[in-house]
Ligand binder design. Structure first.
Ligand code: SF4
Length: 118
């Protein structure tokens, strides 16, 4: 097998993983439909293949389908300090992903801050 063929196959596999993730994120934001623009904290287009892969493996979403369980109340989330208006910025750090996550987000690794149990 030639090197070009290997690279081509890798690129194909990479696209096969990333395209559904990007489409899901775009569809999810479009589904909000209230005219409010939501900035992605973890824009799949600006993340590495590894960063996208771990988010996808954990089913990360920028908007939790379970409002009572979100990144803001997850043990692995460190929010940015609230601004003068008292509002916590949308993006904070997730120690699982070692990168940004949305305070309204969610993934399968969610764990409550209270007990450390999910
Ligand atoms: S582990 Fe999941 S739910 Fe918790 S902060 Fe990170 S992305 Fe959010």
């Amino acid at each position: 097998m030639s090197k070009n063929m290997t690279l081509s196959r890798r690129s194909f596999v990479k696209m096969g993983i990333q395209v559904p993730f990007v489409a899901t994120a775009a569809g999810m934001l479009a589904a909000c439909g209230d005219g409010e623009e939501i900035a992605l904290c973890a824009d799949p287009n600006s993340l590495s293949f590894g960063e996208n892969s771990i988010r996808q493996a954990n089913n990360y979403t920028e908007v939790s389908e379970e409002p009572e369980n979100n990144c803001l109340n997850c043990a692995f989330f460190t929010p940015e300090p609230a601004g003068p208006d008292g509002v916590v910025p949308n993006c904070g750090d997730c120690s699982i992903f070692e990168g940004l996550a949305s305070k309204n987000g969610y993934c399968d690794s969610w764990s409550t801050k209270d007990t450390g149990q999910g």
